[in-house]
Design a protein around this ligand. Structure first.
Ligand code: ADP
Ligand code: MG
Length: 441
């Protein structure tokens, strides 16, 4: 077995590169291999989180490739790892097993209490709480959408965890739409569609993650539609997530799209600075990573658009500090995170956005800052306001001031106009995307 492990390590080294390998995989030790169960020792729990987040399945698929049979991976924190962390791990693992024995597979870490609220996610959070409080009766379905790494999976899983704790007798199923697709395909192929129906139509709570992946998959859409209808009629709760709102999921049937839209649609926006700070604070406390205020500010300022990346960075810093014994300071952070933070990424300013946007639309930059209201100026100005809200940390009223002394309500109105037009007008949408790319350089 030692041979298998060494072979596995050398394959992984080629796949992930020397740096990631040295830091994350090399410190792992093979403790035990019995039948399909493989137990690995890791220095602390950062390792497991990191590897599961960034290379999910890499270890198991590599081991499966070498051994030719499926494997079940388990991790154990080494003797030197701290005991508090081991306890937390054991508790989460215990809960996970308990639910698994009832056929419920939910990530135990994704709960409401570990979800940090901010302006950008408060609507979706409130909707999810309401659904968790009165299943099938508040909003059905609840449709949560937002960009990558903003907490959709966390939030919809939290509903599942809450219900699992409250109602031991409830049937809860979390499924990604890809997994659902595979199940449909396989059921059709093996003549087991009745079983599939039995499984999906007798639930109390169905969570379907990343539903946008069913675009172009006719049979899956058909099955999902009937599943949702059946559950809905029985007043059973449906929760869906997607990277975009229903009306932007183009290649699905109209009736499925309208089914998606019949309850409540809630969006999650990129995290504002306060939320990023709060998440860093909470995660650092939970992982007991010591961070100075300077480092916290540095991280919150540099990593803006993705909470997963923010957490991943913290874990990397925690692991680095735990391995080297060095305290975490800004220069360590710069060094460890250099692949995601570029040294000279000056923050994008409203002025920069105005300059490039006016060039893009062929008007004078001066006009954009003026009070002029002709159409030729008004639309580029609205676009520039919208982009400023997306790409800078300026407050709405600061943005407004830069555009001929407009107030914050005007900026909100502009953003709404542009969002609506982007959703309706494919050409315009592409134009704005191109502009944003150009501004980001
Ligand atoms: P998505 O499904 O939208 O891509 P996830 O739900 O997987 O995003 O979230 C990515 C990571 O960020 C997860 O580890 C999640 O726990 C964390 N996260 C996201 N939003 C929050 C939040 N508001 N509070 C705490 N953690 C969050
Ligand atoms: Mg997700």
């Amino acid at each position: 077995m030692e041979d298998v492990w060494n072979k596995c390590l050398s394959i992984i080294e080629k796949k992930v590169g020397a740096n990631a390998f040295e830091l994350w995989f090399k410190p792992m030790k093979l403790l035990q291999a019995k039948d399909n169960n493989i137990l690995l020792e890791i220095p602390n729990r950062f390792f497991r989180e990191w590897v599961e987040d960034y290379y999910p399945n890499l270890l198991s698929s590599t081991l499966e490739e070498i051994t030719g049979h499926p494997v079940m991976l388990k991790f154990k924190i080494g003797e030197k790892g701290d005991s508090e962390a081991r306890k937390i791990d054991a508790r989460l693992e215990g809960r996970k097993q308990r639910l698994a024995s009832k056929g419920i597979y939910l990530n135990p870490k994704y709960t409401f209490s570990s979800f940090v609220r901010g302006q950008s996610n408060q609507f979706a959070h409130a909707a999810a709480m309401a659904v968790g409080d009165s299943l099938g009766r508040a909003y059905n379905p609840l449709f949560v959408y937002g960009g990558v790494g903003l907490g959709k999976t966390h939030l919809i899983t939290a509903i599942g965890n809450k219900i699992a704790d409250k109602r031991q007798d409830f049937n809860i199923l979390y499924v990604s739409s890809e997994q659902f697709t595979n199940e449909v395909v396989s059921a059709v192929r093996h003549g087991k569609t009745e079983e599939l129906k039995g499984r999906y139509r007798n639930l109390d709570l169905l969570l379907v993650d990343d539903v946008q992946f069913i675009e172009n998959k006719t049979a899956t859409q058909e099955e999902l539609f009937h599943t949702l209808n059946t559950l809905y009629e029985k007043q059973k709760q449906i929760v869906l997530s997607s990277d975009r709102p229903p009306k932007e999921i183009k290649n699905i049937t109209d009736r499925l799209r309208s089914r998606f839209s019949m309850g409540l649609i809630a969006d999650i926006q990129p995290p504002e600075i306060e939320l990023r700070m709060a998440i860093i604070q909470k995660k650092a406390e939970a992982e007991r990573i010591q961070l100075s205020e300077e480092v916290r500010n540095f991280l919150a300022a540099k990593i803006k658009s993705n909470i997963r990346e923010l957490e991943g960075s913290l874990i990397r810093l925690g692991a680095q500090a735990s391995l080297t014994g060095e305290p975490i300071d800004v220069s360590m952070a710069k060094n460890v995170l250099k692949d995601i933070i570029s040294e000279d990424d000056r923050p994008i300013t409203v002025e920069h956005i105005q300059k490039l946007t006016s060039e893009f639309f062929g008007i004078k930059c001066q006009e954009m800052r003026s009070k002029k209201r002709t159409k030729e100026v008004a639309i580029p100005r609205q676009v520039a306001m919208y982009v400023s809200k997306q790409l800078t940390d300026s407050s709405l009223s600061d943005i407004g001031k830069n555009f001929g002394g407009k107030d914050h309500a005007t900026v909100i109105y502009a953003c709404k106009q542009i969002e609506e037009r982007r959703a309706k007008d494919e050409d315009f949408n592409r134009k704005v995307d191109n502009l944003i790319k150009r501004i980001k350089g």
